[in-house]
Structure formats: C-alpha cells, structure tokens
Design a protein around this ligand. Structure first.
Ligand SMILES: NC(=O)C1=CN([C@@H]2O[C@H](COP(=O)(O)OP(=O)(O)OC[C@H]3O[C@@H](n4cnc5c(N)ncnc54)[C@H](OP(=O)(O)O)[C@@H]3O)[C@@H](O)[C@H]2O)C=CC1
Ligand SMILES: C[C@H]1O[C@H](OP(=O)(O)OP(=O)(O)OC[C@H]2O[C@@H](n3cnc4c(=O)[nH]c(N)nc43)[C@H](O)[C@@H]2O)[C@@H](O)[C@@H](O)C1=O
Length: 325
C-alpha cells in the first residue's frame, strides 16, 4: 500500500523495531482501529491499547500514571471527541473542552515520560472557511473559521501549536497530520451525530429495507467534500511516523472531491436504494468547499490507493456484517 516501505528502515526509526512499544490512543474508533490493523499487518508486536473506560484521557493524573507505568516509545493520538456538522454545532462546549483536555494531557505527559515521537491528528476544518483551494498548509490562521465547527477547530489548532512549541523549546519529535473527511470500517453510523457518509449509508439502507419512497438529505447538496478511506489514512500515518519530522503540520487527502449530491447518488447506488432524494435546506451546508493540497506528503512518497466507489463498497459490506439490525 501507499508509500510505507518496510525493509530498509533507518536505525532508530519507527519501522526499525517492530517490538517497540506503541500507544495508539482511541484504538476502537474509525481511525485508531485502522492504524492498529496497519501496524499489526506490518508486524508490530507491542501495541499498548486502552479503552475509554479503562483510561479516560481527560483525567490528567490517570494519563500521567499510565505513561509512568507503560513508558511507550511512540504515541499515535487518535482519541478525540468527533462528530459531524450537527454534533459540532450542538455540543460546542464538549468539542472544545474534551479535545483540549485529551490532547494537552497526552502530548505533555508523552514528552515528560520520554516518548521518542508522537503524531497528533487534526482535521481539515482547521482552515479558514474561505481558504484558497486546494488548501495549502500555509493557509492556517489566515482567516475566520467555519462557524459550525470553530470550537473543534480551535482545539485542533491548539494541538498543532502545542506540538510545534514542544519541538521548538525541547527539540522533541512531535508531528501533526491533518486528514480530510474520512470513512470506512468502525465509522460512527449514528443517525444525527455522525458524518455525512455513514449517515447516508444507514439512511439509504433502512429506506431500502422498509421499501420507503424517499430519503431526506441535509442541506442543498452543493457543498464539495474530499473523502479518504481510513486505510489510506492509516498508511499515511505510518508513513509520517517513519518519514516526517518537521515543524509544520501535514495535509493528508485523496485529492478528489465530490458534491454532497454526487456522494448521495453514489451511496444510493452502492446500497441499492431505488427511491428519491429530498433535500432538507433547513440543515446547514457548512463550509462550501475544503479540498486540501496534499502535495507535501505526496512529494515525500506517500500515495492514496482506494477509490471512493471501492471504499464505499467495502464500507457497506462492513456495515452489513457489523452494524445493521
Ligand atoms: N472521522 C473523520 O472524518 C475525521 C477524523 N479526524 C481525526 O481523527 C481522529 C480520530 O477520529 P475518529 O476515529 O473518526 O473518531 P471516533 O469517534 O471513531 O474515535 C475516537 C476514539 O477516541 C476515544 N475517546 C474519546 N474520548 C476519550 C477519552 N476521554 N478518553 C479515552 N478515549 C477517548 C473513543 O473511545 P470511546 O468510543 O470509548 O469513547 C474512540 O475510540 C480525531 O483526532 C479526529 O479529529 C480528522 C479528520 C476527519
Ligand atoms: C470531518 C469534518 O466533519 C464536519 O464537517 P463537515 O465536512 O461539514 O461534515 P459532515 O460530514 O457532517 O457534513 C458534510 C456535508 O454533508 C451534508 N449532509 C447531508 N446529509 C447529511 C447527514 O445526514 N448527516 C451529516 N452529518 N451531514 C449531511 C452536511 O449538511 C454538510 O454539507 C465537522 O465536524 C468538522 O469538524 C470536520 O472535521
């Protein structure tokens, strides 16, 4: 897959010792579970994993005790409070407070307990609502944010800046990856709080089963979104752990965008729903377009591999096996 080479890893690098202890925070989520699958496929044997119930990352003392006893060598931070446009808009306090707490506790404790390298995950929503397209890394903090997710975005921007500050002050190897909109196995299929792709997959599936005539889709259908399969992201995360140690955050996208209307038609086709789409324009569209410029990571040798159509088929098969009632 992608650009993750494996046989010629430099000494002391991420891929040089598959018995190194790696803490994947958020390992049961969409992203964390894909990273675990990728690391296991590469032969990593010493992953440290904690569920939310076992270790609440908002609790600073518990996070400190965990690092004190486990002393991981690498950390990949994929635990966060995450949701779609409705959840972000409805629970702004949770999105800013929980994310600031988790990332501050993990980044600071990892540094103080001798972690060699940490990767923090942000999101494309860190960029200004009307950023130039495709969005380069340098667009950060050049304009106002999209109001539906500014609380989450501010927390994520603080995470990037915290990694940069620890690199500048302590010379510590903390990096940040900014993924575009993701999807795949273990996504959140909640009817209101999820992202658009799993929400539509569930709604079309339920409508097909009930032989409904129509399915409601939010907004106008005109916003553009860039989707990346989470297995491609996991490949990119491992690639960055091995190949990137810079101050600046790094965009991770597929480079391909679709309108929400095109996405809805594609999900409808994959699921096999035969009724009509009805647009609920009382729901927010959010940012009109957020295609990222991922040329920095592509230039280092990483490449995404999974087309949206193939990824949707894969995700729907997973949904049928694991989620549907
Ligand atoms: N999904 C997407 O489209 C995108 C995601 N990202 C980023 O990727 C990262 C992972 O997102 P994703 O996998 O989608 O999110 P998920 O909601 O699927 O997973 C988040 C994980 O974090 C864990 N978690 C949440 N709160 C806590 C806590 N207080 N203590 C311990 N664990 C906690 C959750 O555990 P539990 O379920 O038990 O609460 C879950 O395992 C996030 O940083 C997100 O910003 C970036 C761009 C797009
Ligand atoms: C990853 C990213 O995710 C969020 O930003 P978003 O890209 O706007 O995400 P979304 O997937 O929720 O919506 C995309 C578009 O799709 C439309 N839409 C149609 N029908 C449904 C629907 O049924 N559910 C949802 N959620 N959206 C729908 C919706 O109206 C919007 O126009 C932020 O949380 C942000 O913080 C973030 O990082």
């Amino acid at each position: 897959m992608g650009g993750v080479g494996n046989d010629t890893a430099p000494p002391n690098s991420f891929l040089s010792d598959k018995s190194a202890k790696v803490f994947v925070a958020g390992h049961r989520g969409l992203v964390g579970s894909a990273i675990v699958r990728k690391l296991q496929a590469l032969g990593f044997t010493n992953l440290v994993l904690r569920t939310h119930a076992e270790l609440d990352l908002t609790r600073q003392n518990d996070v400190d005790s965990f690092f004190d006893s486990e002393k991981p060598r690498f950390v990949i931070l994929a635990a966060a409070k995450v949701g779609g446009i409705h959840a972000n808009n409805t629970y702004p306090a949770d999105f800013i407070a929980v994310n600031l707490q988790i990332q501050t506790n993990v980044i600071d404790s990892a540094y103080r307990h001798g972690v060699q390298k940490l990767l923090f995950l942000g999101s494309s929503c860190i960029y200004p609502k009307f950023a130039p397209q495709p969005i380069p890394e340098q667009a950060l903090l050049t304009g106002p944010l999209e109001p539906t997710n500014e609380w989450y975005a501010v927390a994520k921007i603080a995470g990037i800046k915290m990694c940069q500050a620890y690199r500048i002050q302590y010379g510590w190897d903390a990096i940040s990856g900014m993924p575009t909109n993701l999807y795949g196995p273990n996504d959140n299929f909640h009817p209101e709080n999820s992202h658009v792709l799993p929400a539509l997959m569930r709604r079309f599936h339920e409508a097909k089963v009930k032989s409904s005539k129509e399915v409601v889709v939010w907004g106008t259908g005109s916003p553009l979104r860039e989707f990346l399969h989470v297995d491609d992201l996991a490949d990119g995360v491992v690639f960055m752990m091995e190949n990137y140690s810079g101050l600046e955050h790094v965009n991770v996208g597929s480079g391909k965008e679709v309108t929400i209307k095109e996405l809805a038609e594609l999900v409808k086709e994959v699921v096999g729903f035969e009724g009509d789409l009805v647009w609920d324009s009382s729901k927010p569209d959010g940012t009109p377009r957020k295609l990222m410029d991922s040329s920095k990571l592509l230039g280092l040798g990483w490449n995404p591999n999974i087309s949206l159509k193939d990824g949707l088929v894969d995700t729907y098969n997973w949904y049928l096996e694991h989620v549907k009632q």
